[in-house]
Write a protein that binds this ligand. Structure first.
Ligand code: SF4
Ligand code: SF4
Length: 145
């Protein structure tokens, strides 16, 4: 029996799973963003996350991404691409030969994912990152003590 290269195995899985998956990869847009390093950046991410259907995640390479959970208009009711022959290059290239798509592996595509500003703030606090726009001043009542 010939030992298959991982990519051959992967293509077999892919051929089977694409028809069964419900087009998970056509149901969101993910765009790489700069890693946040200052209060303005943390504030921007808190602002993104204050909107519905927006999340931010860090992938396994440490790249930060913003994700919009929204279906592509070209999906038909069966989860197939209506413009398959003319689909954009980004659709043709996903997933690449050396990566698994979200449906092909049980490993999540991220190391961290934030679905709300509150989740992100908890993460920042755990890392002892000072993200608050203004440092807390003592309350008037505290000063009078
Ligand atoms: S998520 Fe994976 S299995 Fe599903 S349609 Fe996209 S490439 Fe195919
Ligand atoms: S254009 Fe087609 S392949 Fe690309 S995201 Fe839309 S439905 Fe999916």
């Amino acid at each position: 029996m010939t030992k298959k290269k991982p990519s051959d195995v992967q293509h077999e899985i892919r051929d089977r799973s694409c028809s069964a998956c419900g087009a998970a990869c056509c149901s969101h847009v993910a765009i790489a963003i700069d890693k946040p390093t200052c209060k303005r950046d943390y504030g921007n991410i808190r602002w993104y996350l204050s909107h519905q259907n927006v999340s931010v995640f860090i992938d396994h390479s440490g790249v930060w991404n913003i994700e919009f959970a929204t279906k592509c208009d070209h999906l038909d009711s069966k989860g197939l691409c209506k413009i398959y022959e003319d689909r954009p290059m980004i659709c043709r290239e996903y997933p690449s030969d050396d990566t698994f798509c979200v449906f092909e592996t049980t490993e999540p595509p991220h190391t961290d994912k934030f679905r709300s500003a509150a989740e992100f703030e908890v993460w920042l606090d755990a890392k002892k990152i000072n993200w608050r726009p203004k440092d807390k001043k003592p309350k008037l009542t505290d000063r009078n003590k």
